[in-house]
Design a protein around this ligand. Sequence first.
Ligand code: ZN
Length: 233
Amino acid sequence: MKKVIVQFSSINALMAGLFDGVFSVGEVKEYGDFGLGCSHALAGEVIINKDFLEADGDKAVKVMDNDELLPFVQVTTFQPDKVVDVNDVSKNNLYWHLAQYLLLDNVFVAVKISGRFDELKIRRPFVQHKPYPSVVKVFEQQVVDTVEDVTGTLIGFWTPEFFKELSVAGFHLHFIDTTHKLGGHVIDFMASKAELAFERKQSVEIMLPVNEEYLRKNLKMDDLNKVIKQVEN
Ligand SMILES: [Zn+2]
């Protein structure tokens, strides 16, 4: 069984303002049915939990069509190494919970947390129009919701710190509720009882765009890490 995480494009490209979708949902589907990303023109956050779902700034969650395009996405298959019941799990202590079962500092991990969340802080952007503003400007205008008592699933990845120029270091999680009405990029969460499933991932394959815009863009960003931290946390 393939344990590879396939990442389409680089986080630099997104942070450098390449918001146009490049890879079709149909194409990405061939590599797995578990993951996260963002949609064309940063219209929404993408949650891949069997279905490819998009949660945008003002509309409800929708299932994406195969011909829709994505600028950045990470996808894999998910066959958990372990599924455990956990108490009092939060973004702050998730590392500690996982560390009870595996050494994760130097490997990638696919993570799924299901249950009723006592508190959840999520974010969704609004669709952007050309000429695109900077990514920092985009995320200053995002919608942030803090909700209580919501049942659903967190899907995402743990990326080791030393891969921070490749992807979002630490935990990057997206949420989808069981009724498919609420979703987004997770800023914070707390669940007094939940099911934690994880799979260690030894490899990452990177599929780079080869369109003109990407090939010509200067992706050397001196302040990349600062920008990612500002935008993703
Ligand atoms: Zn995200």
